[in-house]
Design a protein around this ligand. Sequence first.
Ligand SMILES: Cc1cc2nc3c(=O)[nH]c(=O)nc-3n(C[C@H](O)[C@H](O)[C@H](O)COP(=O)(O)OP(=O)(O)OC[C@H]3O[C@@H](n4cnc5c(N)ncnc54)[C@H](O)[C@@H]3O)c2cc1C
Length: 400
Amino acid sequence: VNKPFHILIAGAGIGGLCAALCAVRAGHRVSVFEAAEALEDVGAGIQLSPNAMRVMEALGLGKALADVGVAPDALTARMGKSGLSIFRVPLTQATLGKWGAPYFHIHRADLITCLATALEQRAPESLCLGRGIESFTQDAERVRVRLATGEIIAGNVLVGADGIHSSVRAQMLGADAPRFTGNVAWRAVVPVDRLGEHVPAQDATVWMGEGRHAVTYRLRGGTLVNVVGVVERADWQSESWSEEGAREEALSDFAGWHPSITTCLENAGTLYKWALYDRDPLPRWTEGRVALLGDAAHPMLPFMAQGAAMAIEDGWVIIDALMRDDPAAGLKRYEARRHRRASRVQAMSRANMKTFHKRGRVAQLLTYGPMALAGLIWPGLIRRRLNGVYGYDVTAKSGE
Ligand SMILES: Cc1cc2nc3c(=O)[nH]c(=O)nc-3n(C[C@H](O)[C@H](O)[C@H](O)COP(=O)(O)OP(=O)(O)OC[C@H]3O[C@@H](n4cnc5c(N)ncnc54)[C@H](O)[C@@H]3O)c2cc1C
């Protein structure tokens, strides 16, 4: 019933670019307004789990991402100090077959480049850099955005994909009230050839310990290690992805830890330091012709590595939901289809923070002991826990 829409998107991050590609695929006209002058991403990796890769494959980007991604050999949990294995569940072709798509570790810059290049080819000049959105107005016919340049642009729908500090969300719902979790994350990318014998395996590994944990995985043909170290401390509260921290401080946070972690911290070029905030699910994501997506709608702690995956799933659903109705009804349906899933993954991410940081021998034994047993006796049990997240196929639910 619908004519193609002109869809305005705030933000050319992972969620905004993905929604734009879905919109172009569906025959809509799209304009993506990005505040930054250039699409640069901080050096960091991202895990694209099968549920996100299904959307990428539906967009015809499976091969391009396979070319720049690394497929992990296994999902692994180890004790942070001793390196003792808690479990190691191989990710074979058979398991991936069950989840229906591959699992890749990708450099964020490579992912953004892949998405932006595809958009540039499929909808030339739809990406508008250095043109952030300041505010919006709407009536029964249209939504209008005011850009920082002073321009006013009209369209049929506005998608607020402008990230964790979204200005579209602020206008829609007022200032948000994030809670500092008491956790600080160190993030770095390190060339493998600097790590000698201490290079972490080509697995997705969580290293667990008292009041802290670390995650390691490989990027770019296995030549880089991505390391994230999360530590409970209350003295740093800046929620930025691009602020740098001092090496001695990172090393003191992980003093006595396994050399796989400390060697990474010793040899990393830049160490980013990021305070982790938690937020409750928002009461709503839409207002008439305007909807929020990705981190703007449901920012989550990184302990399930699903923030980008949820933004990617959102991009598919929001465009699918616009196929049938007038924009406002379509956006309401999008919210109804996504709110429960995103809120659930938000809650799972929060729960993982506690699991990863068990204090004291008894608590560690009670938590990690059964996990180790399950890993030994029945790796399927650990995979099954992930089925609901990784096995979810948002592309199969089209038109609901
Ligand atoms: C350390 C770390 C590790 C992570 N690991 C994973 C992982 O392994 N797997 C995973 O799925 N997720 C992961 N995430 C989460 C993931 O990166 C985010 O959830 C994801 O980037 C959200 O995408 P987005 O498009 O909603 O927002 P963003 O990627 O933040 O993009 C928002 C964009 O909007 C732009 N913008 C802001 N304001 C405006 C404005 N007013 N007008 C126009 N443009 C604007 C910004 O410049 C930016 O380009 C991780 C996050 C971190 C920090």
